[in-house]
Design a protein. Structure first.
Length: 144
């Protein structure tokens, strides 16, 4: 009987924790000029990537960073610690998403859900490599 009560109490705590969620969203935008023939590399996880092309030699990055947590302050803090890193070398322009470490929690009280959705516009002739662990990838108009 005591073990059954513990299971019910544990389930109730988990259910109540799942009900009280706050969401926070922030945006990221950046435009970078490339040279003819430079490749674009995107390394990402946890969100969709939508890529379109244009005849210009610039890359436009628009990202929506979305976080859900038990309270707004925690969601905002986590969202602000997600980084979108860009690096322009002589041959490749890379875009990477870096997520912060998530501390373990007891009964999920530090449970944070998050994703980043990218909308990229790249040169139509730029070589492209995309690595995305969890999320869709859509590419339109690429000629490289």
């Amino acid at each position: 009987m005591v073990n059954g009560a513990k299971v019910v109490l544990f389930g109730l705590v988990l259910a109540l924790n799942g009900l009280a969620r706050e969401e926070y969203t922030r945006s990221f935008a950046k435009t970078v000029d490339l040279r003819q023939g430079q490749a674009v590399l995107v390394e990402h996880k946890l969100g969709d990537i939508v890529i379109s092309t244009h005849p210009q030699l610039d890359v436009t990055i628009r990202a929506e960073i979305h976080v859900s947590a038990s309270d707004r302050a925690r969601a905002e803090q986590f969202a602000n610690s997600i980084e979108i890193l860009t690096d322009l070398s002589s041959s490749v322009f890379s875009i990477r998403t870096r997520y912060p470490e998530r501390p373990d929690s007891f009964l999920g009280f530090n449970n944070v859900s998050y994703w980043v959705r990218y909308e990229l516009t790249i040169p139509e002739n730029a070589p492209l490599e995309v690595r995305n662990s969890f999320g869709g990838v859509s590419v339109n108009g690429l000629k490289a």
